[in-house]
Design a protein around this ligand. Structure first.
Ligand code: THG
Length: 367
């Protein structure tokens, strides 16, 4: 269709050459980097994630490292989720909000030490945000983008592959926890996490020169389990109800609207960025909420790059933010960010480019 013009501004992953050699034939951009989005076998890539094990270059999940005497304080100031019982070796999913209570990122925060953290970020520039807040508050923290590049191993057989490389201790790793490890001299953090609900791990590579080596080690260890390359899977993540910041959110979305209210602690003190606005939103009641929508047609969706209006009669009630053909439900499904006047069971109309399609609102996750 067209070519992407590359430059040093559009950075490459340490796994880039290996993913191209594996047949990666489509890419997106995320955090100013290229990320593979397919290897030419979409259906097989999906079923491998559901039934087997898949390996993904997710080095675009950049690590904003915050260290120094005020690091813990800064991380709490940035986050409306209470972090007082956060333990070294643990990861937590955390909404980040601006002063208006708008969701500006939804990282996993890893606690590496009492004064050292990684914010494993979604697609927005938290490096600048964290530095600005630290400077304005007079907090002493060193804030850098670390040389860390996650490789995800996802699917029901993922633990077998990771145990074959690192040992049986990986079976005991709790969800979102991580541990330092080394394989063939390559330093990695092994975490039980990943952007799918099929189970799995993320290997945080800590040496950008060893990307091909780590990829090949995983590829070899995965051979008995028929591992293959894949990527964060649009179909599985929508079926599973996983949020894509910037895809399913806009410049007015707050955490309550997109099912992240349980990660907000309103009794945190006023120094937390956005907490006062979040309290006000909570008191007034948020206007929209995120549900699922199942469409009544059965012509599989192509991927789309705009939100589709959701109507009741001739009144717009919200948007379908991302939609996909569900291979397990054999239906078109999507995320509906709609007025709270609507609820599960309501019938709506989705305005696709080509036609209006009837649908019904449902609970998330779909599966
Ligand atoms: N892994 C790592 N970094 C990341 C992502 C990741 N950075 C970018 C992006 N993904 C951040 N966003 C999310 C969104 C959802 C989840 C993780 C990161 C997630 N959510 C679960 C859910 O919603 O069911 C669990 C939440 C919980 O119970 O705490 O896993 O994937 N390294």
């Amino acid at each position: 269709m067209f070519e992407l013009t590359t430059s040093a501004r559009l950075r490459r992953s340490p796994y880039f050459a290996t993913t191209v050699a594996e047949g990666a034939n489509s890419f997106t951009t995320y955090n100013h980097m290229l990320m593979p989005t397919g290897y030419g076998h979409a259906e097989a890539e999906y079923w491998r994630l559901i039934n087997g094990v898949s390996m993904w270059d997710v080095s675009v999940e950049r690590q904003i490292e915050i260290s120094g005497p005020d690091a813990a304080r800064l991380v709490q100031v940035l986050s409306p989720r209470k972090l007082d019982r956060f333990v070294v070796g643990q990861g937590k999913y955390v909404p980040l909000c601006n002063h208006a209570g708008t969701l500006i990122n939804d990282p996993i925060i890893l606690k590496l030490g009492d004064d050292r953290f990684w914010l494993s970020i979604a697609d927005s520039s938290i490096l600048f945000w964290a530095r600005a807040i630290a400077a304005e508050r007079g907090l002493q923290a060193n804030i850098v983008e670390a040389d860390v590049s996650p490789l995800a191993i996802q699917g029901p057989l993922a633990a077998n592959v990771v145990a074959a490389i690192f040992g049986d201790w990986v079976h005991d790793l709790k969800y979102f926890w991580f541990r330092n490890a080394e394989i063939e001299g390559i330093p990695v953090m092994v975490a039980r996490s990943g952007w799918s609900k099929q189970g799995g791990f993320e290997l945080y590579l800590m040496d950008g020169n060893r990307g091909a080596d780590l990829w090949n080690i995983v590829r070899e260890a995965g051979r008995p389990f028929d591992i293959g390359p894949g990527n964060p899977n649009a179909c599985e993540r929508i079926e599973s109800g996983l949020l894509s910041w910037g895809g399913d959110t806009d410049d007015a979305t707050n955490p309550f609207e997109v099912r992240l209210g349980s990660f907000v602690d309103l009794d945190l003190d006023d120094s937390i960025v956005g907490i006062k606005a979040l309290r006000a939103i909570h008191t007034e009641g948020h206007r929209r909420h995120q549900l699922g929508v199942v469409l009544k047609d059965d012509a599989p969706f192509e991927t789309h790059s705009v939100w589709y209006s959701i109507m009741v009669g001739d009144q717009k009630v919200g948007d379908m933010t991302n939609g996909v053909w569900s291979r397990r439900m054999e239906r078109n499904i999507g995320f509906a960010l709609v007025s709270r006047l609507l609820d599960v069971g309501d019938d709506v109309t989705i305005m696709r480019e080509d036609q209006a399609v009837q649908g019904t609102l449902v609970d998330l996750p779909f599966l």
